[in-house]
Design a binder for this molecule. Structure first.
Ligand code: FES
Length: 97
């Protein structure tokens, strides 16, 4: 597990880079979720997307992904995104990359 941010850095979403990967970090109902940042449609930045319940909406063409599982929930994306296990230690957010 590596530290990618502090809890106080995340209002509702944050773009993060760690170990050469671009990640999206989300805070939804006091829980944290981490996914790949790149939309599987044409690479839109999911860390800039809107959150609807537990769904991330890609800011480019509106594909939807389940923030917990990475599964596609709405076109035009067809492939799932990767999700990463998150652990909280004090104020630190750790992710299993
Ligand atoms: S790049 Fe995300 S929906 Fe097109």
């Amino acid at each position: 597990m590596i530290k990618i941010a502090k809890k106080s850095d995340v209002k509702d979403k944050l773009c993060v880079k760690a170990k050469g990967k671009a990640l999206a970090l989300f805070k939804i109902k006091e829980k944290y979720y981490c996914t790949d940042n790149k939309c599987t449609h044409l690479g839109g930045p999911l860390c800039k997307g809107n959150i609807e319940d537990h769904t991330i909406v890609c800011p480019w063409h509106g594909a939807k992904f389940d923030v917990k599982t990475g599964k596609v929930k709405g076109l035009p994306a067809k492939a799932d995104i990767k999700t990463y296990k998150v652990e909280i230690k004090g104020d630190d957010i750790l992710v299993d990359l």
